[in-house]
Design a protein around this ligand. Structure first.
Ligand code: NOJ
Length: 499
């Protein structure tokens, strides 16, 4: 649209005016899916009931209470294990097309292995799925949202290649038991996050603090595991129309210095590409720039080999193409700039890109979550460009606060992000098929315990009944789902009524 001629400027001006009017109301595309999400450890509670085994999060919260901000655990959480019927009724009131939830591996396989199937655990998920389907809500099932059986952690968890076999055995049980009624599966949630924070550092269970070696090894095995689960589904369980994919966390990157596209690209490849390039790119394997940077920096730091493990050509081919869609979790962006390698610094760990936050960005209750909707539009475009515009499902997007049901800041955030996504669809031609708000309920926010609330529904954690109260954002989202459009006013009084 840019033009240097007088006529060009005039044309641009008219275009902007027309565009603004056209965007007063943005409609969702036909067949676009709208939903909301949770994860087992964060909401279920009943940590040692009805035959459930111990997960790494049970172990972590029980034995390292000081690492959780309010010293809490997920022992009871939202008590959704007992209150699932009330939850489904709320979801039905919200009128969502689908509900994304995850299965607790040790709840269905208490020994971890597939030798003992806990019928009570399986029945809990069967009942939940039946309840959802009876109300016309599609279940979107995540197999692994970070709570694997503790027994496997004792043997190295994701740093042990046997995890590929153990999780595949578990997946087969789930596909057999629940598959007949489920159309959408997600294999693994945010591998880059649990590998970095749980194995590279101590910011998530299991808190191994193994640095780059641990985090790269974890991802290597997680990618193999994902591919194996995909192939099992494809070969043994797939029904016509089913979809199965992997979920990746990709934050946005805004260049600190104008036109520093190198910083944006490096940031993308090291955070997002690391987990998805092996699956979605034409060549497969890790991004080239990651392989060369890490090899070079490992050499400069005196290591006999690269800290990034290598896939054999057989594994590259086996992993490539193993996702029917791209499931994106996105919340925020960082400011990026390229920095030179300095002697003595473990430069490879941070890709040569320095991250910071722009102080002008509005914040949330989470120190890392700033409101940058432009970054959302850009990351959707980046994924479309890098991987040939795959079908994209936004599987998590949301905002944290510390309080209350009058959550105007959440509505404002959601409005700006949904608008950015719709512009990515209509203006940029990106292939986005669905959108999910994290989260349905306030819940156990990992190391932040219950101090950061992401829910559309307020949960009273000091009440033994864990009373639920829909927030304003619940009604706002319900209105959007009903009308299938986003209006320019984000807190119109017409949407503030009882659920
Ligand atoms: C992504 C994770 O999947 C989810 O478990 C977490 O609660 C949200 N981010 C918010 O931090």
């Amino acid at each position: 649209m840019a033009s240097y001629s007088f006529l060009g400027v005039t044309v641009s001006f008219i275009f902007i005016i027309t565009y603004a009017f056209a965007n007063d109301t943005l409609h969702f595309p036909k067949d676009f899916l709208l939903g909301t999400a949770t994860a087992s450890y964060q909401i279920e509670g009943a940590w040692n009931e009805s035959g459930k085994g111990e997960s790494i999060w049970d172990e972590y919260t029980h034995n390292r209470p000081n690492f959780i901000r309010d010293h809490s655990t997920g022992d009871v959480a939202c008590d959704s294990y007992h209150k699932y019927k009330e939850d489904v009724q709320l979801l039905s009131n919200l009128k969502v097309d689908f509900y994304r939830f995850s299965i607790s591996w040790p709840r269905v396989l208490p020994t971890g292995y597939a030798n003992v199937i806990n019928r009570e655990g399986i029945n809990y998920y069967k009942n939940l799925i039946n309840e959802l389907l009876a109300k016309g809500i599609e279940p979107f099932v995540t197999l692994y949202h970070w709570d694997h059986p503790e027994i496997f952690e004792k043997m190295g968890g994701w740093t042990n290649e046997m995890m590929v076999e153990w999780i595949s055995d578990y997946a087969r049980v789930i596909f057999k038991e629940l598959g007949p009624k489920v159309k959408y599966f997600i294999t693994i949630n945010e591998a880059a996050v649990f590998c970095d924070e749980g194995y590279g550092r101590n910011d998530k269970a299991p808190g191994k603090n193994l640095g780059s070696t641990g985090k790269y090894l974890c991802m290597h095995n997680a990618l193999k595991a994902h591919a194996k689960i995909y192939h099992i589904y494809d070969e043994e369980f797939r029904k016509p129309g089913d979809k199965i994919g992997i979920d990746a966390a990709c934050s946005g990157a805004i260049a600190k210095h104008l036109n520093d596209t190198t910083a944006i690209d490096l940031h993308f490849q090291f955070h997002c590409g690391w987990a998805v390039h092996p699956i979605f790119s034409k060549t497969g394997d890790y991004p080239e720039v990651m392989k060369t940077h890490i090899a070079e920096n490992s050499r400069l730091d005196g290591y006999p080999r690269s800290l990034l493990p290598k896939f054999s050509p057989t594994w590259v081919n086996y992993i490539k193409g193993t996702s029917d869609f791209f499931a994106l979790n996105h919340y925020t962006s960082v400011r990026v700039e390229t920095v030179p390698r300095e002697e003595g610094q473990r430069w490879y760990q941070f890709s040569g890109v320095k991250e910071s936050l722009d102080p002008s960005w509005p914040g949330s209750a989470s120190s890392w979550l700033k409101v940058v909707p432009q970054g959302f539009r850009e990351i959707i475009n980046k994924i479309a460009k890098e991987y040939d515009n795959p079908p994209l499902y936004i599987m998590e997007n949301g905002f944290s606060d510390e309080c209350c049901t009058s959550d105007h800041s959440r509505i404002s955030y959601l409005h700006s992000y949904i608008k950015a996504m719709l512009l990515a669809i209509y203006e940029d031609g990106c292939n986005v098929k669905g959108y999910t708000i994290w989260s349905f309920l306030d819940n156990f926010e990992w190391l932040a315990g219950y101090t950061e609330r992401f829910g559309l529904v307020y949960v009273n954690f000091t009440d033994s009944q864990r009373t639920r109260t829909p927030k304003l954002s619940f009604n706002w989202y319900k209105h959007i789902i009903e009308t299938r459009k986003l209006t320019s006013t984000f807190d119109s009084p017409t949407v503030i009524n009882v659920a």
